[in-house]
Design a protein around this ligand. Structure first.
Ligand SMILES: C[S@@+](CC[C@H](N)C(=O)[O-])C[C@H]1O[C@@H](n2cnc3c(N)ncnc32)[C@H](O)[C@@H]1O
Length: 266
């Protein structure tokens, strides 16, 4: 496998172990993934065919939420667990509205960071750094972002890769405490569903990846927003969050598998 290592794949990564960033990239039709990621994603689609549409709906939520934040006057964004660059990246949406908008991407996966660095090399207002959501201080001290001014912190489809033993609620609370009034938290998260077909197989599959997944109940997801005020419509299935048109919601929004919300710091 290592013989196939392309130039953008840092030596430090284990190409033989599927990884959430690269599996998601494959589901979205990207090319920054390896054999093991593709095999994993195909198995995932076999047991849970909804996964690809769910990834797309999640990504569409992210784009709508970034536009909402821009309309609310936000001009700096921190995207934690940003993933491998794909269509409609945060800086593309933000800088189309205001070229001086600043965007910091943070991910703990080296391929995601290397790709983002390549994409951003001529962009003075956007940066990518390697960092871990559960270690907020280096992110809060990173360049480009002034936490004394309103900021949007994005944690989209990342917290369901962080088990309770790593204290994700405490970590999110630390980001929230650092955010200036008028800031936003943009978050999405896979929802615990005991009756979902394929659920146990998916759990077993992810145990073998470098990011064992963890779904949470709506109440546990809502707790990430403590101290913040939800903007309408609150915490809902991804396609239900301010859809561009009512037809986009479809008859089964729960097939998106993921809850999403945006909340403002008073
Ligand atoms: C499913 S992707 C989501 C990408 C993007 N946020 C989106 O919603 O389109 C999850 C990303 O979270 C990253 N990730 C997982 N655990 C993380 C952690 N503890 N700290 C930072 N990033 C993490 C993975 O590497 C991956 O890129």
């Amino acid at each position: 496998m290592t013989g196939d290592r392309p130039s953008w794949a840092p030596e430090s990564i284990d190409l033989d172990r599927p990884n959430a960033a690269r599996i998601y990239d494959y589901l979205l039709g990207g090319a920054a993934n390896f054999e093991q990621d593709r095999v994993f994603a195909e198995k995932l689609l076999e047991v849970m065919p909804l996964a690809r549409a769910a990834a797309r709906l999640n990504r569409a939520f992210l784009r709508r939420a970034v536009r909402f934040c821009l309309d609310s006057g936000i001009r700096q964004f921190v995207d934690v667990g940003s993933g491998i660059p794909t269509a409609g990246n945060v800086h593309e949406i933000a800088q189309e509205v205001d070229p001086s908008a600043r965007v910091l991407y943070v991910d703990n996966e080296p391929v995601a960071v290397t790709h983002s660095e390549l994409l951003l090399k001529d962009n003075p207002n956007a940066r990518a750094v390697r960092g871990d959501l559960t270690d907020p201080e280096p992110v809060l001290a990173a360049p480009l972002i002034d936490f004394s001014q309103p900021v949007a912190v994005l944690m989209v489809a990342v917290l369901h890769f962080i088990p309770d033993t790593a204290h994700p609620h405490e970590a999110v609370a630390r980001y929230v405490s650092a955010m200036a009034p008028g800031s936003f938290l943009v978050l999405s998260h896979g929802v615990e569903n005991p009756t979902l077909e394929g659920r146990e197989e998916v759990g077993r599959l992810y145990q073998k990846s470098s990011n064992p997944g963890v779904s949470r109940t709506p109440d546990d997801i809502a707790r990430f927003f403590e101290g913040l005020e939800f903007v309408e419509p609150g915490l809902v299935w991804t396609p239900e969050w301010r859809p561009d048109s009512p037809e986009d919601v479809g008859e089964h929004p729960e097939a998106s598998l993921v809850f999403a919300g945006v909340a403002r710091k008073p």
